[in-house]
Design a protein around this ligand. Structure first.
Ligand code: C2E
Ligand code: CA
Ligand code: CA
Ligand code: CA
Length: 278
């Protein structure tokens, strides 16, 4: 815990004063982390709630720090976003997810890999070409990658984000709105965005069994998504009861601790091959 606090405070100072010594040292450390191969990709399964099948996985990054142990993403992603380092990190995650999609195909599993992108990535006009160049040698179809974007990342500069997203969509990549319901997107944008999927934020899903309002929000989001021709994923699925409720409401996919916590990428194929729906 002391180690975690130490890391937390490092970032706290870095955010207070972007030019500070701490900030510089964290950036140096992150660069070194990539060079020294300290970043780890974890995968969390996505399940078809009607059929019980494993249909994909979300790639979630962790930092295996030599002194601090496994550092969770919230302790360095916000900093990486502020400093622009996120572009390098996203490229690393995308490359890992693409390689994994290839491995899974070779093992007879057609999985869709979801990768989180941030505002800075959407502002990068070269991103679509970079992703395509990554996938081409692996012969991984673009539809095996789903790019998750939060409403706030889009609303930072909606026109520019829209142009990148249209480009990515035209190339065949799947697009998903992450943490849906917690940001400031407008339905007018939702209508214009070339997205394929809405991901209901875990705060609603985790509360829906005891709070009627959350249950109504979940139900309405599923209806909204389906009325717009989008598929819908519930994250934060923690109980069998939540699964039953979501399946009854017609939710397409689910992801959460009830199914499995994020696991090191190397363990995923064996896990998926032995998965039995409850
Ligand atoms: P997110 O994109 O909303 O990812 C889902 C988070 O919810 C993950 O936390 C996951 O471990 C957690 N989660 C999944 N199922 C459950 C559940 O049933 N209950 C609860 N309480 N939590 C659940 P994680 O891995 O700590 O990631 C946190 C956030 O960090 C992510 O939120 C995402 O915003 C960001 N992040 C992680 N990896 C990356 C990355 O490679 N790139 C970018 N840009 N952001 C990332
Ligand atoms: Ca996500
Ligand atoms: Ca989310
Ligand atoms: Ca989140």
């Amino acid at each position: 815990a002391a180690k975690a606090r130490q890391c937390g405070s490092l970032i706290y100072h870095a955010q207070l004063d972007a030019g500070s010594q701490e900030s510089l040292s964290l950036l140096t450390e992150l660069r070194r982390a990539v060079e020294d191969d300290e970043l780890r990709l974890f995968l969390q399964p996505k399940i078809d709630l009607q059929k019980g099948r494993v249909v994909g996985a979300e790639a979630l990054v962790r930092w295996q720090h030599p002194q601090r142990g496994l550092v969770p993403p919230m302790q360095f992603i916000p900093f990486a976003e502020q400093t622009g380092f996120i572009r390098m990190l996203s490229a690393w995650v995308l490359a890992g997810a693409a390689r994994f999609a290839r491995q899974a195909l070779d093992a007879g599993l057609a999985l869709r890999l979801s990768v989180n992108l941030s505002t800075r990535d959407l502002m990068d006009q070269d991103l679509p070409a970079k992703i395509e160049a990554m996938l081409a040698p692996l012969q991984v179809p673009p539809a095996s990658l789903c790019l998750e974007i939060t409403e706030s990342a889009i609303m930072d500069d909606p026109e520019r984000a829209l142009s990148t997203l249209e480009h990515l969509h035209a190339m065949g990549f799947k697009l998903s709105i992450d943490d849906f319901g917690t940001g400031y997107s407008s339905l007018a944008y939702l209508k214009r965005l070339p997205v394929d999927e809405l991901k209901i934020d875990k705060s609603f899903v985790m509360a829906m069994e005891r709070d009627l309002d959350d249950a109504r929000i979940v139900r309405s989001t599923i209806e909204l998504a389906h009325n717009l021709g989008l598929s819908v994923v519930a994250e934060g699925l923690e109980t069998i009861k939540a699964w039953a409720m979501l399946a009854r409401l017609g939710c397409d996919e689910g992801q959460g601790y009830y199914i499995c916590k994020p696991m090191p990428m190397e363990q995923f194929i064996a896990w998926a091959q032995s998965w039995q729906p409850p």
